[in-house]
Design a protein around this ligand. Sequence first.
Ligand code: NAP
Length: 291
Amino acid sequence: MNTVSKVSVIGLGSMGTTLAQLYLSQGYQVTIWNRTPEKAAALVAQGAVLAPSPAAAVRASPAAVMCVYDYKAADAILALPDVAGSISGKLFLQLTTGSPQDARNAEAWAQQHGARYLDGAIQAGPSQMGQPDTPLLLSGAEASYREAEPLLKVLAGNVIYLGAKISAAAAMDLATLSYVYGAILGFLHGARVSEAEGFDVAQYGDIVNGIAPTFGAFLQHEGKVIRSGDFTITESPLRISVEATQRLLDTAKEAGINTEFPAFAAGLFQRADKAGLGGEELASMIKLLRA
Ligand code: NAP
């Protein structure tokens, strides 16, 4: 049985409902609150207690987990009567997605009112929660993290603790998001290349899926290169990408398809080449981005 046996969950959207369900399934006494109380009915039928206010939910358990749409929603709830007055001595786990500044502001608020604060970023959908490999980024004081570990493990088997700096989880989540959107835009341009050449786009998706683990390992290597500051070629000379992105652009022009993505990529790589980075490892592009 868990060390903390009571938990309150504030926010019952698709994610918050899943979090509350996971705690119920692990035998926790779960108190819940949501702006729209009707959404609590199924959880109440499963044994959760619906609090009449967020302050009452906070008071009901030693730990409160919040997961609402954004920090605007979170701030609106924290400003409701007596929430600030109820949170002293509590462990406050904020799982609403936000920015590094949101996390700093929330930690300051929690400290001002005597709560221990942790900031988390969920990197999975509701149906993927509670699995051994579910990723959850987390930051905040280590003692609070240790205290929260049993609560966190119910939600995600792969909790990545990023240290005491409270903005770390949000910053790392944003960095991951940047990677994801770069990949999505590249994928969609590739779909147009496939369509223009009359190939099966679903098969293209299969091929991309097949190279994903190798590509992930390559990016992991490039991260280590950036950290080391040594851009001697070890895997991929930047010059290859100058040519590859130019080929993408030329092909798009020939095919008469949208050129925005390859023009952006080819433009960056050309600038990097002009800056003398062509003979270095691909990751040396970071020097251009730092300038
Ligand atoms: P959702 O289904 O849209 O639910 C939003 C929740 O926020 C509801 O409980 C809603 O209350 C509440 N809310 C919105 N504005 C409010 C306000 N002004 N005052 C009080 N409550 C307010 O969102 P979700 O999918 O559960 O996502 C919750 C958080 O998890 C987000 O930060 C999201 O980025 C993160 N997340 C979600 C996923 C996912 O796939 N769903 C994945 C990773 C991370 P009402 O019910 O009263 O509207």
